[in-house]
Ligand binder design. Structure first.
Ligand code: SF4
Ligand code: SF4
Length: 137
């Protein structure tokens, strides 16, 4: 009898309390603010420097300077956050929401509007006088 009483208490508590699980996918889970979900880019700030690509352990990011694209394979990303720390322009962030599973790996790519600065024009040499330089007397 002494062993049944705590058991009955637990049964009654479970009967009248909310379930610990949610009815996914009918009820979507709200992620906590600091969830390491997926990497997002603010493409307007990107300077195509490639630091994120070089710092990514699984090589999930590709930066194509000539083609002006930033690409991530979310299936390879391990959400370590190194790219967000290394980006000199702080245009990468990890936001809540995970990559949905799928039968094939695919990449997400954005076109980056960055225009590299033009090289400074060289100063024009002073024009030589017509007829060349006269020898000194
Ligand atoms: S979070 Fe980590 S694994 Fe994912 S893209 Fe950034 S550096 Fe690569
Ligand atoms: S996202 Fe940041 S680190 Fe990556 S290429 Fe752009 S500016 Fe560089």
């Amino acid at each position: 009898m002494g062993q049944i009483l705590p058991f009955t208490k637990q049964v009654l508590k479970n009967l009248f309390s909310e379930p610990a699980t949610t009815q996914y996918p009918f009820v979507q889970r709200e992620y906590p603010e600091r969830t390491r979900g997926h990497v997002d880019i603010n493409k307007d700030q990107c300077i195509l420097c490639g630091m994120c690509m070089r710092s990514c352990p699984p090589g999930a990011i590709t930066v194509d300077r000539a083609g002006k694209t930033w690409t991530i394979n979310r299936f390879d990303c391990i959400q370590c956050g190194y790219c967000t720390e290394k980006c000199p322009k702080k245009c990468l962030s990890i936001t809540p929401g995970y990559q949905e599973p799928g039968p094939e790996k695919y990449t997400y790519s954005v076109e980056v509007p960055y225009e590299p600065p033009k090289p400074a024009a060289k100063p024009v040499a002073a024009a030589a006088p017509a007829g060349g330089v006269k020898p000194e007397a």
